[in-house]
Design a protein around this ligand. Structure first.
Ligand code: HEC
Length: 355
């Protein structure tokens, strides 16, 4: 018995500190400890003197009593000691994600337009209020010019919701909340480092840029590459608007580094294809053709939102090359202009087409 207690005395701290060292959450640590204690109990029981043999009613009563005790311990332990998840909360989340998938693009567009309208109305109201204020107490020349972007709160609240729904917090931390382990970068000051356009690109194509110090994670493609399929345009727009508000320089946020090979050797054309009524056209092949010998054309396809993105292999010396973007019988020509010395700014152009 002393030998068994001794083994347990060594095992307990080893398991506790060992699991802490490889970042198990405390609840798991406690569970492992519970397993060690359970094992110890079993081994000690093996040495215990045998029960007197029971028969008849007595045996049945002891058996039922044993089950009752074990069931109470299991059910009680699970209900009171382990964290509880409310299935209605989880179901609500799933419903919210699905809802925007089930809505038609028109309904989503209407919603977005309504949000923008509301935001404009509020902005107008703020304007009136500010004018009134100005009359009452004329401000110093520097103070009056600042516009208050009231009403944008709606879209930002929506963006926050998208962040929650798609569980970015599993890997990222904002305001001290989120990923316990250092899975992905802290985002508290990311609004000062990236534009809304950058956010959309990074979310839809995680290879677009990486956070400094996260080279290994980036190579392993740890940030999921699935949001392009999962998120609607309305969602990613709101999410980008929300991320752009994260401007807390007090909290060190890893610097984004644009993937050079992409900048150096390529040019991205992206945009939307819509019909005359403004309805997005999905699953439509779009062709981008550089008008320079030896530079290949590439084809892309619009997604459900009518969005496409095409990466062209155009090199440093190709600045000034004309590119024809076409889909069905719509066509547009642009000129790819960039500074060949600049290896950081992304080389890209937005080309929307109407059929
Ligand atoms: C499974 C983990 C994981 C999830 C989930 C995840 N990310 Fe990331 N994210 C990472 C990692 C790792 C990096 C750093 C490496 C890289 O940039 O590829 C990163 C980088 C970023 C960056 C660049 C940060 C910087 O400092 O440059 C942004 C912005 C970002 N993620 C936003 C999001 C958003 C928004 C979501 C939710 C839609 C999300 N991430 C979901 C793992 C994740």
């Amino acid at each position: 018995m002393i030998r068994k207690l001794l083994i347990a005395a060594i095992l307990l701290p080893a398991v506790w500190f060992g699991t802490a060292a490889i970042h198990f959450p405390p609840i798991f640590q406690k569970m492992f400890i519970a397993y060690v204690l359970l094992g110890l109990t079993v081994f000690l029981l093996l040495d215990a003197p045998p029960f007197p043999t029971l028969a008849g009613w007595k045996a049945l009563a002891v058996l039922i009593g044993f089950y009752a005790v074990i069931s109470t311990v299991y059910i009680g332990g699970a209900s009171f000691l382990l964290p509880q998840y409310d299935p209605t909360v989880e179901m609500g989340k799933i419903e919210k994600i699905l809802k925007s998938k089930l809505e038609t693009p028109e309904a989503r567009r209407a919603k977005l337009e309504e949000m923008i309208k509301k935001s404009e109305e509020l902005q107008a109201k703020t304007g009136i209020l500010l004018a009134g204020l100005e009359k009452l107490a004329p401000s110093a020349p520097t103070g009056g010019g600042q516009t208050v972007s009231a009403g944008s709160g709606d879209i930002i609240a929506r963006g926050m919701e998208v962040y929650e729904l798609h569980e970015c917090y599993n890997c990222h931390k904002i305001g001290g909340k989120g990923s316990v382990k250092k899975r992905g970068p802290i985002l508290d000051n990311i609004g000062n480092l990236l534009t809304q356009e950058d956010f959309k690109k990074k979310i839809f194509d995680p290879t677009y840029l990486y956070a400094e110090g996260f080279e290994k994670e980036h190579k392993k493609k740890q940030m999921p590459d699935k949001y392009k399929e999962l998120m609607s345009d309305e969602e990613v727009t709101a999410l980008a608007a929300y991320l752009a508000t994260l401007k807390n320089p007090a909290i060190e946020t890893p610097k984004p580094i644009f993937v050079k090979s992409k900048v150096d050797h390529g040019f991205i054309v992206y945009g939307y294809v819509r019909d005359k009524a403004g309805k997005p056209i999905p699953d439509l092949p779009v062709l981008a053709k550089p008008l320079k010998e030896g530079r290949e054309s590439h084809e892309g396809k619009t997604n459900k939102e009518g969005y496409y993105e095409i990466f062209l292999h155009i090199h440093n010396e190709d600045s000034g090359t004309k590119i024809v973007v076409s889909a069905k019988d719509a066509k547009k020509e642009i000129t790819a202009i960039y500074n060949p010395e600049d290896k950081v700014t992304k080389r890209q152009a937005a080309v929307d087409l109407a059929l």
